[in-house]
Design a protein around this ligand. Structure first.
Ligand code: ZN
Ligand code: ZN
Length: 169
């Protein structure tokens, strides 16, 4: 992420907080910066663990509540991971996700063909659509490489799961 882009996001963050009369405390700003830095749709727990070194007095509860407040005012979005833990998104532009079923990483990708996928009319009729995103489940390169190493030393039992694409609307 470029410095310029980070600066722009922080500017938007501050404007949004002001618009919602949310005080911009150094702690809130630090939490948002940490989110931007992590870039992997972190969970509240991951944000907390990364921050506690620099902010030893911060509690998990504070981080969690702050992130939920951010989601309420729309500076971040929440993303459900497949383990059921709420994860946070700072990139509010349309994009799609790769979910690794092994390490749980959620990787962003852009594709104009997928952006152009239309919501079926029968869904749009009874469901107010506010966004759509394609989620592709599978195994990331890092995990696949780890698997290969493992297979060399010990014969694997059964094949790894196949990637299963499905759409989140
Ligand atoms: Zn992985
Ligand atoms: Zn994302």
């Amino acid at each position: 992420m470029s410095d310029e882009y980070t600066k722009e996001l922080i500017k938007q963050f501050i404007e949004r907080c002001r618009a919602h009369s949310l005080k911009i405390t150094p702690q809130r700003l630090a939490i948002y910066r940490e989110l931007l830095k992590l870039q992997v749709h972190p969970s509240a727990d991951a944000v907390y663990k990364n921050m506690v070194r620099d902010f030893p007095t911060i509690s998990f509860d504070t981080v969690n509540r702050t992130l939920l407040t951010f989601a309420e005012i729309g500076v971040v979005e929440t993303v459900e991971s497949h383990s059921g833990v709420r994860r946070f998104e700072t990139d509010l532009e349309p994009h799609h996700h790769l979910h690794c079923i092994k390490c749980g990483e959620i990787i962003d990708f852009c594709d104009s063909d997928l952006d152009a996928v239309e919501v079926p009319e029968r869904i749009a009729d009874e469901f107010t659509v506010i966004g759509k995103r394609v989620v592709i489940r599978g195994i990331c390169r890092k995990c696949a490489e780890k698997d290969e190493d493992g297979e060399k030393t010990q014969p694997s039992k059964g094949k790894s799961q196949k990637a299963m694409p499905f759409a989140e609307v």
